[in-house]
Each structure stands twice: as structure tokens, then as C-alpha cells.
Design a protein around this ligand. Sequence first.
Ligand SMILES: *[C@@H]1O[C@H](CO)[C@@H](O)[C@H](O)[C@H]1NC(C)=O
Ligand SMILES: *[C@@H]1O[C@H](CO)[C@@H](O)[C@H](O)[C@H]1NC(C)=O
Ligand SMILES: *[C@@H]1O[C@H](CO)[C@@H](O)[C@H](O)[C@H]1NC(C)=O
Ligand SMILES: *[C@@H]1O[C@H](CO)[C@@H](O)[C@H](O)[C@H]1NC(C)=O
Ligand SMILES: *[C@@H]1O[C@H](CO)[C@@H](O)[C@H](O)[C@H]1NC(C)=O
Length: 481
Amino acid sequence: MKTFCLLFLIALIFYTNVIHTEQTEPEIAMKAFVTMKGIEKIQSIINPILIQEIQNVQIPPVTVKKDGLTLELYNMVITKLQFDQETVTLTAPDEITIAIKQLSTHCDMDWHYTFGLLKDSGTADEEVTEVDITMTLKYFANNSHIALVAESAQCSIGKLDITLHGGASWLYNIIIDILKGPIKDLIASSLSSEFVTEINTLAPSLLDSIPIKIDIDQYTSLHFEMLGQELTSEYIAAFNNAEFYDIANPVECPLPHHDLPSTPKSEDYMAEVYLDEFAINSAFYAYNEEGRIDIIITNGEIPPYIPFQLNTSEFKDYIPNLYEKYPDLLMTIEITPNVLPSISITEANEIDATLILNLNFSVVESDNTTIPVFTFVCDIDADVDAYMDGETICGNLTLNTFTLVDTWTSIGPIDMNLFMPTLDMMVNAFVVPFLNGYLKTGFPIPTIDGVSFENSEVSYGDGYILISTDVDYTPPEYNFY
Ligand SMILES: *[C@@H]1O[C@H](CO)[C@@H](O)[C@H](O)[C@H]1NC(C)=O
Ligand SMILES: *[C@@H]1O[C@H](CO)[C@@H](O)[C@H](O)[C@H]1NC(C)=O
Ligand SMILES: *[C@@H]1O[C@H](CO)[C@@H](O)[C@H](O)[C@H]1NC(C)=O
Ligand SMILES: *[C@@H]1O[C@H](CO)[C@@H](O)[C@H](O)[C@H]1NC(C)=O
Ligand SMILES: *[C@@H]1O[C@H](CO)[C@@H](O)[C@H](O)[C@H]1NC(C)=O
């Protein structure tokens, strides 16, 4: 009895351990890198938006008092802003520094002074040139999303030219003298805070449009939670799970992950994405859990261009014993995976698909009951070609050969040499299009709304696909303009 208790205890501990080691947390299955070339592209996208937003910004009014003169400046607006020298520097672990040099801006404003009993007012405009602005941004993950936050900006102003209109001209020089100091400070702090505010408005509106979950259909969703990030002097990277889930029962797919390379392969593209074969295999896992890899083909589903009937009379010559036992009856084929379909990727052989399928043939009696007559277990050797369709990576499966690994029959022996061509035709007519239907839906690479891939290339490594691409951007209609 004691021994039994001990064994029970051991079993319990072991069982508890098993539970604990079961995978419950998502792991990294996708690494996306933006290279310096990509960062230059981002600048060219962001800068016009920034300039647009900062122009027409209202600067708060200011009052200056000096030597009995009270001067008020109001309705100050930045009407023009331009710069063409900008450098972006990345500093590990998380800092992006943007230095803008030789920025110039034009401001309009109204002014009004009192000097004892004297009062006067007018307008002014000013050219501010030789402005340098340095901003520091932090890169991090925020609730599974990519986030960028501008923390501070420093601004220094080189040159300020003010032109006053209206008012008594004898005061102009005094006024301009008084104005220069405070206006410089005001413009510097307004520009700094405007850049920070605009970046902090723009960044989430762009980055939050990168989906972290895509519903493929009502049963399956694809998740891209950000699980990690990296920033070095060469690139910005985001690491995501990239995993399909059964919506009704979202459990972690137990298939293995691979170590993805830790740096981009080439600096020649704006972005590179490594995708673990796990990501694609998790789709087969989710679909199989949903029972969606099972297909039943009836005679009615055979497309008219296929000169073939699922009717025992069709097999009269190849499988005479079938026809003898069940003459002129319709048939069904149920196709189910014998093992979970999967792909494996190697640098040398590219994508190999493992497909071992049960093909269960039944005859349909006049009362619609089905009677299993024979089953073939086929090991299908297929190649998959990956290609980019826009921002989606798709596959195209082609059948090489298939071998029978098992057969079962209730109607006596079947001469497989006679039947093989028919089987081959059926696999090509049903199984290949069925799988290609899924592969064509493809795997969407999450991007900022409005981003499109250009010059994309697909290549292969051990356990992963690499997508190398340039990008273009067309702001969606609802955007900032
Ligand atoms: C972080 O995420 C929260 C919730 O999703 C959001 O409200 C907030 O704006 C995000 N912050 C940044 C800096 O993106
Ligand atoms: C099966 O085919 C035979 C010969 O073409 C035909 O006579 C028979 O009606 C078919 N059976 C069914 C159920 O359609
Ligand atoms: C298909 O046939 C095999 C062999 O007879 C059997 O083990 C399996 O359960 C069948 N599958 C279905 C879905 O009927
Ligand atoms: C058999 O199934 C067909 C198609 O679903 C249906 O039209 C027919 O009425 C059924 N026959 C019997 C006897 O249940
Ligand atoms: C898939 O491959 C087949 C055979 O190589 C080819 O004929 C077909 O055009 C390909 N389809 C796509 C979408 O690339």
C-alpha cells in the first residue's frame, strides 16, 4: 500500500511537472528589421507631414515689459517652415536622435504697446533662420504594440529678422531691440514643444495601425503581439509571435520554434522580415484543431471539366470486385490528414511539405448511408514555392510524387497498378487545389496602414523564410492632410 502511495505521489509530481513545462506563453516567430535605408525612407514620409502640421500652429501670446514700455505680441502663427538637413542617429538600447539643421521659419503676428499715455499697434513678420533642433525619441513595446515617444527637444536660433508694419516709426528700433530676446526664446520653445507634440501625435497614429491581430475568417486569427525589440546603430527591430489561433479555443501551438538570425541579412533593403516555419505550421495546427483539413468529396462536387464520376461503374475495369459488390452506386472520398501537415524550410532545399493523407472511399447506398470500401494512406511529396503578393506571403504547392504507405479494403485485393493513374488524377484534382486555396490566402505581413512593399524578394534559411523589401507609402484618406 505504501509503495502504491509513493508511486501515486511520484506520478502526481511528474504530471504536475508536465503541466508546468507545457508551452503556455507565445514565443518569437517573426523578426522584422528596419535598416538605415528604411529609416531614411521613413524620414521622407514623416517630414512633409510634420511640416504641414507645424505650419499654422498658433503660438501663445506674450507680454514684454521694459523701461516703462509694455509690449504685447499675439496672433503669432508659423506660416512657413522648411529644412533640408536632417540626420537620424540610433543609439542602443532604445534611443533615436533626430537632428535638424538650418531650419528656417516665417512667423506673422500682431503687436500692441503702451508707453505712458502712448498706445499703438500694428503687425509684424519675422524670418527665423539658422535654427537647429535636436530631438530624442525612445523606442519600446507598449501593450504588444510598437511605440515611439519624443521625450525632449532642444532648439537654438541663429538669426532673427523682424519687420514691423504700422505704428509710429520712431519707436521701431527700440521695439525691435526689446522684441528680439523674448521672441527668440518664444520661437525656440514653441518649435521644440510643437515638434515633440506633433511626433507624439503622429507616431501612435501610424504605429497603432500596425495590426497585432488579424481575423483570417470566423474561425482562425493570426496574432502579432510584440514580444521584444532591439535598437542598434544599424537598425530598429521588432520581434513578434506570428501565430495562428483557433478563435473558439485559442491554445498555444505545441510545434517547435527555430532560432531566427539576430541581424538583417542585407543593408540594401529598407526592411527585412524573418518568418519562422512555425508561423505557417501553426496555421495547419489551428485548421486541424478546427477540423477544417477534413474534406469530403461527393460526386456532385466534381467540377464538370473533370471527365470522371464518383460512381462504382467508373471503376468497373480497375476494381471489378467493387462493381460486383456495389453496382452503379455513387461514392464519396473522405480526405483526412494521417499526420498533421507541415512544411520544413532549409536553405538548400527551400520548402518541403509533409503530407500524409487518408483517402477513405465509401459507397453511398440508396438510403444515403455510406459503407467504407477501401482506404489509401498516401505519402505525398510536394514542393511549395513562396512568393509575395503585395504585403502577403503566399505559397504554391506542386505535387511531385506520392506513394501508398498503407491500404485497407473490404472488397478484396485491388490492383494498384491499374488504379494508380486514377488516384494520381484525383489527388491533383482535389487535394492540390484544396491546399492551394489555403496557401493562396497567405500570410499577411503586418504594416503601417498605407505602406506597400516594393521590390520584394523571398529567400530561405534553415527553419525560416526571409522577406527582403523596400517600401512605399501612400497616406490613407483619413490621414493628416
Ligand atoms: C500605450 O498603450 C495605451 C493602451 O493601448 C495607449 O492608450 C497609449 O497611448 C500608448 N502609449 C504610447 C506612447 O503609444
Ligand atoms: C452510376 O453510373 C451508371 C453508369 O453510368 C448509371 O447507370 C447510374 O445511374 C449511376 N448511378 C448513380 C446513382 O447516378
Ligand atoms: C479512414 O480509414 C482508416 C482506415 O480504415 C480509418 O482508420 C480511419 O478512421 C478512417 N477515417 C475516417 C475519417 O473515416
Ligand atoms: C439523400 O441525400 C440527398 C442529397 O442530400 C437527398 O436529396 C435525398 O433525399 C436523400 N435520400 C434519402 C433517402 O434520405
Ligand atoms: C503554381 O505552380 C504551377 C506549376 O508550377 C504554375 O503553373 C502556377 O502558375 C503557379 N501558380 C502561382 C499562383 O504562382
